[in-house]
Design a protein around this ligand. Structure first.
Ligand code: HEC
Ligand code: HEC
Length: 351
């Protein structure tokens, strides 16, 4: 179940509109690993934390004698695989924890939703941490699978079967569970299956709840909403830096080939609103990342920012025009942008 959840979560990282599924699979990983950690305290032979920790000091010796015939035979994990199990558990904790934090900070969703407001400065750092720990996890998993296969080929070890039934061929060494440990095992399996079923039928639940607040443009700035919304949708101010808005407001007579000039007083109010709500003043993911990848030139449009280009590079011009109208009408794919929100789960687009 752990493997299935990790793989499911991993294959969904590429597309932003599958973020909810990614996050749900991640929660399953967290549940499974929590049970594994409790299991380690139940005193089960071989898989208990104590048994594993006791073997760690022997790791250097194990590798030193690796190619000797008499490198010793171990019941349960050898020192290297004990270290591996402990590392994998730690890595899974780091990956799921950083993922939850990132979901809260970046998407304002999930158990850490409140963090978006005050901790958006940490967004890029936590994102890097989440990505790096995932990569390390992947390297560990691949080396583990390789190890098991090599062991099977060269030593004919029945380690896989042993993982399931706790028995080891050719030895009288079996792991016998007490009734309490058996019950715990059943609870573990049933909880994970129930949660997976629940997630399948209720993807929108308390763990994926989005706490972002909608923006009512008409109320926030009537002038911007009516003055700028007459030709196109109202663009949320956090999608461009101050400098871009300033330059745009300086040149309204020549606005993308149109004369968009407004009466002076109204233009002043619009400029104020845009400046006060520009990317620099926002904690939203798009704002933070647009600023982070700004580059030298001041972008004249949202669709000219590096972040926008990077995120839409896989969508062809034909797709934009044939199925979705013009690229600058964000509403066709970002349904909630009318309310000032660009959330990954709201992206409606078929790749
Ligand atoms: C007279 C019509 C008109 C008015 C009024 C108008 N615009 Fe525009 N705007 C346009 C056109 C046309 C484009 C180019 C759209 C395109 O590229 O498809 C545009 C593009 C934009 C873009 C770039 C969108 C992108 O592709 O990234 C922004 C931002 C923008 N306008 C902001 C404003 C603001 C702010 C105001 C109010 C001060 C405003 N517009 C008023 C016609 C108008
Ligand atoms: C043809 C559909 C389409 C249109 C039109 C479109 N987008 Fe997107 N947008 C997408 C898709 C698909 C993604 C997800 C890309 C990915 O999975 O990496 C995305 C991702 C984004 C992201 C990154 C997600 C995030 O949370 O930061 C931002 C920001 C964004 N779009 C803004 C806009 C804006 C602003 C406009 C209008 C100027 C726009 N998009 C127009 C399809 C579209």
């Amino acid at each position: 179940m752990l493997i299935t959840s990790v793989v499911t979560s991993y294959v969904l990282i590429d597309k932003e509109n599958q973020l909810t599924e990614h996050v749900l699979a991640g929660h399953l990983v967290a549940l499974l690993i929590s049970f594994r950690i409790i299991w380690g305290f139940l005193g089960v032979k071989c898989s208990g934390h104590e048994d594993l920790l006791r073997k760690i000091p022997q790791v250097p010796m194990y590798f030193k004698n690796y190619f000797n015939k008499n490198r010793g035979s171990y019941m349960g994990h050898n020192p290297a695989s004990a270290l591996y199990v402990l590392s994998i558990m730690s890595l899974l904790i780091l990956v799921t924890l950083s993922g939850s934090l990132l979901y809260g900070i970046q998407e304002n969703s999930g158990i850490f939703a409140g963090l978006n407001e005050n901790y958006s400065d940490w967004m890029l750092l936590i994102e890097s941490f989440h990505k790096i720990s995932t990569t390390v996890l992947l390297v560990f998993i691949l080396s583990h699978v390789t190890g098991v296969i090599l062991n099977l080929i060269f030593n004919g070890s029945d380690v896989i079967l042993g993982m399931i039934n706790g028995k080891r061929r050719g030895t009288d060494f079996d792991v016998v569970l007490t009734i309490q440990q058996h019950i715990f095992g059943v609870v573990w399996i049933v909880s994970a299956l129930s949660l997976a079923t629940y997630f399948y039928y209720n993807p929108d639940n308390i763990l994926t709840e989005d706490k972002s607040i909608e923006i009512d443009f008409r109320r926030e700035s009537y002038e911007t909403s009516s003055g700028c919304g007459s030709c196109h949708m109202v663009y949320p101010a956090y999608l461009l830096p101050k400098q871009s808005w300033n330059e745009m407001m300086d040149n309204l007579e020549n606005h993308f080939g149109k004369d968009a000039s407004r009466p002076e007083e109204e233009a002043q109010l619009i400029r104020e609103y845009l400046m006060n709500n520009a990317a620099e003043h926002s904690t939203k993911e798009a704002a933070v990342k647009i600023l982070d990848r700004l580059g030298e030139k001041t972008p004249a449009a949202i669709t000219e920012t590096n972040y926008w280009r990077e995120k839409h590079k896989d969508i062809t011009k034909e797709q934009f025009e044939a199925d979705y109208g013009i690229k600058s009408d964000c509403r066709t794919c970002h349904k909630t942008i009318r309310d000032g929100l660009i959330q990954d789960k709201d992206i409606k687009f078929k790749y």
